[in-house]
Design a protein around this ligand. Structure first.
Ligand code: PEP
Length: 251
């Protein structure tokens, strides 16, 4: 039985106003099929206000894909935590592998972004994961645990209730190569122990999401793993039928 409780859509640099309308109407019409699941959609910044408007009467929450570590000032192209909050955003992805790889975000910067987001009372979805050569070299847990420890360094236990960790093996993102449920569960079990170690008892309640080519046909098995509390969904979150099936699979 799936025991998942949270499904987050990461639209990346995709989507438009029409998709916002189509997706929200579709989810709204089928809400009874995933009543027990919290759903968050993270569109590009420009679609946040459209999504907030459309989600006003819905149970769908609005997230962002990135945030600045700075509060305001001369940071061309950046968006701050308070600007996100004002736009109706409740949670933010931090440390996505595409930010790490393509925009050179490092653990120190990710740590600063997390602290800034937490102090603005945003929920943080920390993304971690190893690449193919790290997995092949047997380095998966070393890499993932170090990313988590660095990202959450000096984060107070009081803030643990606002943290979600998404395990996303880089080799599985957008490739169609999903981690097997066993591979994912192995990392999630270690992650559970790590967050309990970092934050104590509340670590047992931290949602741990799996991301990486989750599709309607593999979602249920992944979400049935003991320590997988939901999913972070990229490509499949752009198709209404697929995304609905994944939300249903979490129920
Ligand atoms: C992601 O971008 O976070 C992701 C998991 O993408 P995909 O589902 O397309 O692999």
């Amino acid at each position: 039985m799936p025991n998942a409780s949270l499904v987050i859509a990461n639209w990346k640099m995709n989507g438009n106003k029409a998709l916002v309308k189509e997706m929200t109407a579709f989810l709204r019409d089928n809400k009874e099929q995933f009543n027990a699941v919290d759903v968050v959609v993270c569109p590009p910044f420009t679609l946040i206000s459209d999504l907030t408007r459309e989600c006003y009467y819905d149970d769908i929450a609005v997230g962002a894909q990135n945030v600045s570590e700075h509060e305001s000032g001369a940071y061309t192209g950046e968006v701050s935590t308070s600007q996100l909050k004002e736009a109706g955003v409740g949670c933010v992805l931090i440390g996505h592998s595409e930010r790490r790889q393509l925009f050179a975000e490092n653990d120190e910067q990710i740590n600063r972004k997390i602290k800034s987001a937490l102090s603005a009372d945003l929920q943080v979805v920390l993304c971690v994961g190893e690449n193919k050569s790290q997995r092949d070299a047997g380095e998966t847990w070393n890499v993932v645990s170090q990313q988590v420890k660095n990202a959450l360094q000096d984060v107070a236990t009081d803030n643990a209730g606002k943290i979600v960790v998404a395990y996303e093996p880089v080799w599985a993102i957008g490739t169609g190569d999903t981690a097997t449920p066993e591979q994912a569960q192995e990392v999630h079990e270690n992650l559970r122990a790590l967050v309990v170690d970092l934050f104590g008892e509340i670590g047992n309640k931290l949602p741990l999401l799996y991301g990486g080519s989750v599709k309607p046909d593999n979602a249920k098995e992944l979400f049935s793993q003991k320590d997988i509390d939901g999913g972070l969904i990229g490509g499949a979150s752009l198709k209404t039928d697929d995304f609905l099936s994944i939300c249903q699979a979490a129920q």
